[in-house]
Design a protein around this ligand. Structure first.
Ligand SMILES: CC(C)(COP(=O)(O)OP(=O)(O)OC[C@H]1O[C@@H](n2cnc3c(N)ncnc32)[C@H](O)[C@@H]1OP(=O)(O)O)[C@@H](O)C(=O)NCCC(=O)NCCS
Length: 179
């Protein structure tokens, strides 16, 4: 929660299409900024749509530890710029062969292809790790995310009253959507 003693860092505003966006594996140096990103997400109400884990420093720090099997990635503006998006592929640590994808983009950076870029990046990682399929869960009301995932070829089927289960065969992702 934002308090005067625990300010939530603000992300820089988008600076146009020439911005240098970099996808990187989450590392300890990103943790503070990522916690700020997650705090802004929660404040905006989007924590209802994306809640892969607690948004606290305590919960995020271990995700940045080296040697994890699951993949946590950030997209930063420039080499050491702010975190503008966060994504993950999880499930390997629990013994699953089909990883589960999750992403979120900072509110100020949406609608510019950042989400598409991060999904493409995560698909490349999943393929490189030998996954043939990627899965995800998405709220049925989350029209922006559903449109994004469908554009990659995800097929959605009922998971619960509130959520779809999305599955994509990575070999069938349209070539223009591959990195
Ligand atoms: C869903 C989300 C990741 C999209 O990120 P984004 O960077 O805005 O997406 P992009 O700009 O890359 O858009 C890619 C596609 O997504 C779809 N999309 C994005 N925003 C949309 C919107 N507001 N309405 C409908 N479709 C939308 C479109 O299909 C778009 O393709 P197009 O530009 O060719 O039309 C972002 O809105 C977000 O972080 N939401 C909150 C967290 C969340 O819901 N995460 C997903 C949990 S399953």
């Amino acid at each position: 929660m934002q308090t005067p003693d625990n300010p939530v860092p603000s992300a820089a505003s988008p600076v146009g299409p020439a911005i240098d966006l970099r996808c990187r594996r989450l590392a300890p140096r990103h943790v503070h900024d990522l916690v700020g990103f997650l705090a802004r997400l929660a404040e905006s109400g989007d924590g209802r749509l994306f809640h892969p884990h607690a948004f606290t420093h305590q919960a995020v720090e271990p995700l940045a530890a080296p040697g994890r099997d699951d993949e946590y990635h950030v997209l930063t503006a420039g080499r050491d710029g702010p975190v503008v998006a966060y994504g993950m592929l999880r499930g390997w640590e629990e013994g699953y062969t089909v990883p589960s994808l999750g992403i979120a983009v900072d509110g100020q950076w949406r609608g510019q292809g950042v989400g598409r870029r991060l999904v493409t990046h995560l698909h490349v990682i999943a393929s490189a790790r030998g996954a043939a399929t990627v899965r995800l869960k998405v709220y049925r009301t989350n029209t922006a995310a559903i449109a994004l995932y469908r554009s990659f070829g995800y097929e959605c089927r009922p998971f619960s009253e509130e959520e779809w289960l999305g599955l994509v065969n990575l070999a069938a992702v349209p070539a223009r959507m591959a990195a």
